[in-house]
Structure formats: C-alpha cells, structure tokens
Ligand binder design. Structure first.
Ligand code: FES
Ligand SMILES: [Fe+2]
Length: 415
C-alpha cells in the first residue's frame, strides 16, 4: 500500500512532475519506424508524457519530433506539409526542420530575421530495431542510449509490436513483476495436470542491479524440481519477462523486451520488441500482432469486456479471455483497476514482494533527484551501457541445483 501522495508521485508524468522529470532523464520509445515509413510521408501525432507532439521523416530520412502546435499561432503541425527537409504549417507557411529551427516565415516581409530568434520545441531521435527513441530532458544532460542485445540484431530478427493500454504505465509494468499471477490469470488449461504441479505461491526475491532491479521467483515443481524465472526491470520503465516454462533454459526461442511508455497519466503504450535468432517470416509477423487493430488499439479491450467467454472460463481458461498474447489477459487485470489505481486501498501480501521492491526503487530514485542527484543508471560512459547480455531466464531444474550458476552461464551483466 502507498499513501495517496506516494501514489501521485509515482503515477504523474506530465511536464514539471517528479516522475515526469525522471522519465525525461532517459531515452524512451516515441513511435515505430513503420509509422513514418518513407521520406516526406505524412506526419503523425505522438502524445508522450502528457505532451502533444508530431513526428515526421524529412526528405533526407531524418526523423523529427516537434511540439504539435505551430510556434506562430498554434495551428497543429499534424496537418503540415512535409516537404524539402522540413514540415510546413498550412496556416501561414512557417517551416520547421527536425531540430526545431524555423527555416522560413514566408508571410513576413522580405529580409525579416525574426525567424532566427525563434526555436520550436524539438526532441532528438534515434532509430534502432524498428523503433524511434527520443530524449525529452534538458539538452545539456542528454545521456547515452544503452546497448542492448537487440541493437546488434538484423531487422529480420526483430519485430516490435505496439499496443494501447487505457491505464497508467505503472499498473502495466507492475504486472511484469508479479510472478504469482501467471499461475492464475494465464492458466489457459485449468484441467492440465502438469500445470497443477506448479506452485502458485512462489518464493520471491528482488535484487538491485546496475540497470535497475532483478526479480526472481522460485516455484516447487513436483516433488524433486524447482521452476525458476528471473525478470530484469530496467530504468525507467522497461522489462524483460520469461516466456512459458520449458524443460531447460532455452536460448533460441522468441524473447520479448518490453517498454512501458506513458502517453499521459491515464494511458500508456506497451511496446513488445520480439526477437529471435531465426528470422521472422511474414506469416509469423502477422500472428504476433493479430490481437491489435491497425491503430494499435487492442481487439479485446475495456469497452468490450475483453470479449470474455464464460463457458470457456468454466471449462478451460482461468480468465475466460482467449488470448493470442498474454498481454490481452494482463490488459483486463490492469485496466479494470481504473485509469490510475488507488494504491492507498490495496492489501498487499507476500506475493507482492517484488512489486513493493519496484515501488521502493522508483520512490528512492525520485528522492535522489529531489536531493539534486542524477537519477540511477543514466548512462554517461560507453562501458556502463553494455547491456548486451541482459536476459530474462527461466527453467525447470533439480531442486538442489544452483540456479544462479545456470543463469550465470546464460549471461547477465549485473553489478
Ligand atoms: S499558425 Fe503556423 S504559420 Fe501561422
Ligand atoms: Fe501477465
């Protein structure tokens, strides 16, 4: 449980808020590359951390992320003309480049240098893995982007999928650090004896790392085995969660890196960056996003009760929500708490241990910032930003096995 004040601190992300400042200290995803696929294509609206923005790709392929409202008198640049290396407002023709420079003010008298004294809000962008990342903090404090495993993969090995969540980002990411719910919400075969062997009340741990935190869950699995899962939490709001259990630690299955990005206080984007050694073919890509509409809204959502099937709930699925991605079931659990969950009314138990650790981590980071310190794990040196071996791992092991040793074999680069 949190006090109302703490809950507000953790969930409000607009300009000027504490968590908003924290989020603006890191590179975060702004949109997918496919949303602005070609030079001079139409601009798109992007709402991020409570700010209305417009993204465009200029004639040279550079990406711009500008304040939506024209510096002249506020017309939306979403309607702008994207032409000759800039976006031009359709009201009086002012033209802006990707850096926010005002290139032309054609309605001003010839020779006017008015434009040179102006600067339109513009955030730097970096394009990696089919995603466009931005940094929305003070220019002089811009950090490095960490190097993750996916930065070195080919486009054919990557498939980012974006979906809309109608609630605060924290509700979303807390689900990734709530290991016990997988035994219930994601139980898709309530008759399965294998599944019943798994312990619904795992032992939980949380450890500080050099990127944020790592959550660990250990379940009894039958009489002589344990099932171990580890999940990194990466500042400011990213995660890696393990897939379904397998008989051994797997290296070659699909892995998903997850970014929870606030649109504003009451809604968020979830980006799932799917990756695999084997290239994804067209059919697989279609399947991986078949639960999302072209506008990134989910087919099963708050407004259609997630298409819950009560007969399936009785006979097969714990949730009654037949999901092609577990995120669809997660969506029901988290969105139905309300846009911003009132954490002063919770009753937390042992199973919430890693969520409590996560909130502590974030509140600690806000405290440090309030004391004038740099937020944790902002990358300033190349050597601190090598996260290429960072993984979530899972596996069923003999009860007496040293799971840490097995995990170290797969590679993590924790502090
Ligand atoms: S409002 Fe955009 S040019 Fe005038
Ligand atoms: Fe889940």
């Amino acid at each position: 449980m949190l006090s109302r004040e703490e809950n507000d601190l953790l969930t409000r992300v607009g300009p000027g808020t504490a968590m908003g400042r924290l989020m603006r200290s890191y590179w975060i995803p702004a949109l997918l590359s496919e949303e602005i696929p070609t030079p001079d294509c139409p601009p798109v609206r992007v709402r991020l951390l409570g700010e209305d923005l417009v993204a465009f790709r200029d004639s040279n392929g550079r990406v711009g992320l500008l304040g939506e409202y024209c510096a002249h008198r506020g017309t939306s640049l979403f309607f702008g003309r994207n032409e000759e290396c800039g976006v031009r407002c359709i009201y009086h023709g002012w033209k802006f480049d990707v850096n926010g420079n005002v290139l032309e003010t054609p309605a001003e008298p010839a020779g006017s240098d008015f434009r040179n004294r102006l600067r339109h809000p513009a955030y730097p962008c970096e394009e990696i893995a089919g995603m466009i990342f931005t940094y929305m903090g003070a220019a002089e404090k811009m950090p490095l982007l960490p190097r993750y495993e996916w930065a070195a993969l080919q486009p054919s090995q990557l498939f980012p999928v974006k979906s809309f969540l109608e609630c605060n980002y924290l509700q979303g990411i807390e689900g990734d650090f709530d290991s016990s719910h997988t035994s219930f919400l994601h139980n898709n075969n309530i008759q399965n004896a294998e599944r019943l062997k798994r312990d619904g009340a795992p032992t939980l741990e949380a450890e500080a790392t050099n990127y944020g935190m790592r959550a660990i869950s250990i379940r009894k699995f039958g009489a002589a085995q344990i099932y171990v899962r580890t999940s990194p939490y990466i500042m400011p709001s990213f995660s890696i969660v393990p897939g379904p259990p397998t008989a051994k630690f797997e290296e070659d299955d699909i892995r998903g890196f997850r970014f929870w990005v606030p649109i504003d206080d009451g809604s968020s984007w979830l980006y799932i960056l799917n990756m695999r050694k084997q290239p994804f073919d067209v059919a697989e890509r279609k399947t991986l996003r078949n639960w999302i509409e072209p506008d990134f809204r989910r087919k099963r959502n708050l407004h259609n009760d997630y298409l819950i099937d009560r007969e399936l709930q009785r006979t097969k699925l714990y949730s009654g929500i037949e999901a092609s991605n577990p995120a669809e079931q997660d969506g029901c659990a988290t969105e139905t708490m309300g846009a911003i969950c009132d954490r002063s009314k919770e009753h937390l138990g042992y199973s919430d241990k890693t969520i409590i650790a996560l909130r502590k981590l974030l509140l600690g980071a806000l405290n440090e910032m309030a004391a004038g310190k740099e937020p944790p794990h902002v990358i300033r040196q190349e050597r601190d930003g090598d996260f290429s071996r960072l993984r979530s791992v899972k596996g069923i092991l003999p009860a007496n096995a040293d799971w840490r040793q097995v995990m170290a074999g797969l590679g993590e680069n924790d502090a």
